[in-house]
Design a protein around this ligand. Sequence first.
Ligand code: NDP
Length: 242
Amino acid sequence: MTKKRIALVVGGSRGIGKAIARELAGCGFDIWLTYKSNQEAAQSVRKDIEALKQQCELFSFDVSSHAETKNALADKCDETAPYAVVFNAGITRDNLLMWTTKEEWNDVIATNLNGFYNVMHVVLFSMLKEKQGRIIAISSTAGEVGQAGQVNYSASKAGLIGACKALAREVGKKNIYVNVVSPGFIETDMTKKIPHDKILPLIPLARVGSAEDVASIVGYLCSEKNMYIHGQVIGVNGGLAT
Ligand code: NDP
């Protein structure tokens, strides 16, 4: 019997990560689902995944801490390599740069960009040994075109794009595909305070995206249907940025 494939969804308890975890479970993956502190939300996603007849293991840690990330994942990865890793955890601390505190800057970089290093540094060796796998980072349109009031966030998300493009060159020969998915405005907890009437005129498809809109492309990129997309940034933004 062939081994069941595992997808590690980092930041899978809510919003886009939750939809990705469900999508990948629907594609037949068992899920390692990580979150920071919202245990109730994480347990609810686990139930959804189990209803899809897949296994789901929960891990609570702060991705901005290398030590916490290592404690949570290193032993697991010594036993089994995940086939797919989706780095989705992210936060905003919005402010004009003029008023951005060192803490707001550091928190966003530590979670959104250092978190990617912390996870991949712990997990990658196990994937390299398997000589197969998929790595997807969730960036943002802000990381591609920049967003006023989000210099810290835009920098972290642009950093993820650079990191993935470089990593794609390192691990492509090992049959590990690395791509970035870059959402526009997606309806989640993160964006609930943004008024729709301000955003909609900017979006050619005239609607805000859903978490499932993002999850479906992640599902595709993690599947064997993706045979040659590697080192790319895929926008999921309704035409907001081209
Ligand atoms: P949510 O705020 O709804 O969910 C964030 C997820 O990340 C939660 O699972 C949360 O865990 C986890 N998380 C946050 N900080 C940490 C941390 N320090 N350590 C571990 N886990 C953490 O976000 P969205 O679903 O809206 O966004 C998901 C990703 O997509 C983010 O990277 C975001 O930047 C990006 N994105 C979102 C867009 C949007 O319009 N919503 C647009 C473009 C990009 P917990 O539940 O425990 O807090």
